[in-house]
Structures are given as structure tokens and as C-alpha cells.
Design a protein around this ligand. Structure first.
Ligand SMILES: [Zn+2]
Length: 248
């Protein structure tokens, strides 16, 4: 029998996908464990393997490896940001399922600057502050992930109340109040004060730089004058003219 086109394992009855499911369009066959990898990367491709070449499959698996790697390093980066906050209870965050979801939720340049644990709408989760918003993230065992997003510019104020041990954070947005309950007392205070402080800071004015579009007709006119005055040769003029016209 033949060998797996990807890992060169000898193909036997036991490790060959049934019903020819491991066959590629160029005649190669993949073994069951490679088939499983393809299926994990993209079930739609695994289902119609005979439409793909060995090169398609190799680039699919390589692409998957890189994107997994990128996600992993983004997670490390986010964990580092959280660690650098030097919160008293920081280690307890890393066991949370929500932390592992952050690479999928946050933008690639978004920076975590505070974090607290609590409940929102009866769901247990984490309240995250970033350079652009607050997020409540709740990853349940059964229903998947819930994310509530409060952009900083929509938050009118933030308050906290504390009891003996626990506290709550109230996020006021226009016409709405989101209550994050059961937040550890000192954490509620620290988080709310941090965000309040951030909100009171003058917004950075974003300067829009307008790139001046060179007026091509003007430039053509100048060019033709240079030619008339004998500064540019016919050939040089044509070359410059061509470049300018390409920009149109
Ligand atoms: Zn294989």
C-alpha cells in the first residue's frame, strides 16, 4: 500500500480514512490522523478533500498553525498586561475561561488597563477596562460566551458601592445603568476610581492629517513649460508625463 502524502506513514486498513475520504485531487491519500488535523482546521475542506491538492492542504495546515501561534502570543501579551497591573488578586484571573477568550475579543492593539471579577445579569465573569472601552465577559459552560461592551465615550459616569466584603460597580451610559455585582470590595473601589479618573481626563484630540493631493494638471503644465524652455528633453518630458498620468 501507499504512504500518507503528508506525514509518510504507511497506509494500512486501520489508519486510512474510510470510503476514500482521505483522497486528494492529485491522487495522494492522507492517513486518519492527518485527516483529523485537516478536519480540525476546516471541516468543510475535510468533507470534500478530493477537490483539493496536497499543496492546498499543506498551506491550510500551515496557516492554521500560524494563526494558533499568533493567538497564543497575543494571549501571553494580554496576560503580561494584566500581570503588570499588580492587582492583589491577579493570579486568580488566569484560571478564568474568559481570559483565554480575550485574544478573540480585543482588537490587536487594545491594551488592558484594569480588571475585576463580578456578576452581571446573574452571570459570573470579568469586567475588563481597556484603552477604549469596558467589557463584561462571561463564558458559561453551556451557552458559550456573552460579551457586553461599553465604549468609553458612551459612559457618562461610573459609581461603586461597597458592603462588608463585596461591592458593586454601576456603569452609567446614556439612559442605562449596568450593574456589576459581587465584586470584591477593594477591587470595586479601585476599578471604579481608575475608570472615573480616566473619564475625567481630557480626551486626546485626534488630528486628521490631510494628505495634499498633488494637482496633476498643474504639474503637467509645469512639465511642458520645462520642455518648452529646453530644460527637459522630449524623452524626459514623456517619461515624467507618463508617471503623472498613471497617478490619475
Ligand atoms: Zn499522515
Amino acid at each position: 500500500m501507499a504512504n500518507c502524502i503528508l506525514c509518510s506513514t504507511e497506509l494500512k486498513f486501520m489508519n486510512t480514512p474510510t470510503l476514500g475520504a482521505g483522497k486528494l485531487n492529485d491522487g495522494g491519500v492522507v492517513c486518519s490522523s492527518c485527516f483529523k488535523k485537516i478536519n480540525n482546521a476546516d471541516p468543510k475542506i475535510a468533507f470534500k478533500l478530493k477537490n483539493y491538492s496536497v499543496d492546498d492542504i499543506k498551506s491550510l495546515l500551515e496557516g492554521k498553525a500560524t494563526s494558533d501561534g499568533q493567538k497564543k502570543s497575543r494571549l501571553d501579551e494580554i496576560k503580561k498586561q494584566i500581570q503588570d497591573l499588580k492587582l492583589s488578586n491577579v493570579s486568580s484571573f488566569f484560571g478564568r475561561r474568559e481570559i483565554n477568550e480575550l485574544p478573540n475579543i480585543l482588537a490587536s492593539t487594545e491594551v488592558v488597563d484594569n480588571i475585576a471579577q463580578g456578576t452581571y445579569n446573574k452571570g459570573q465573569g470579568i469586567l475588563v477596562s481597556t484603552d477604549r472601552r469596558l467589557l463584561f465577559i462571561d463564558k458559561g459552560m453551556l451557552y458559550g460566551i456573552k460579551v457586553e461592551d461599553f465604549p468609553l465615550e458612551k459612559i457618562s459616569s461610573i459609581q461603586y458601592e461597597t458592603g462588608l466584603i463585596l461591592g458593586e460597580i454601576k456603569i452609567h451610559t446614556y439612559g442605562n445603568i449596568a450593574k456589576i455585582e459581587n465584586v470584591e470590595k477593594s477591587s470595586a473601589r479601585a476599578f471604579a476610581e481608575f475608570v472615573r479618573n480616566k473619564l475625567s481626563q481630557p480626551k486626546e484630540t485626534t488630528t486628521t492629517t490631510t494628505v495634499s493631493q498633488p494637482n496633476i494638471l498643474d504639474q503637467l503644465e509645469k512639465l511642458s513649460k520645462l520642455k518648452e524652455n529646453g530644460i527637459l528633453s522630449e524623452e524626459e518630458f514623456n517619461e515624467q508625463k507618463k508617471k503623472l498620468l498613471e497617478k490619475l
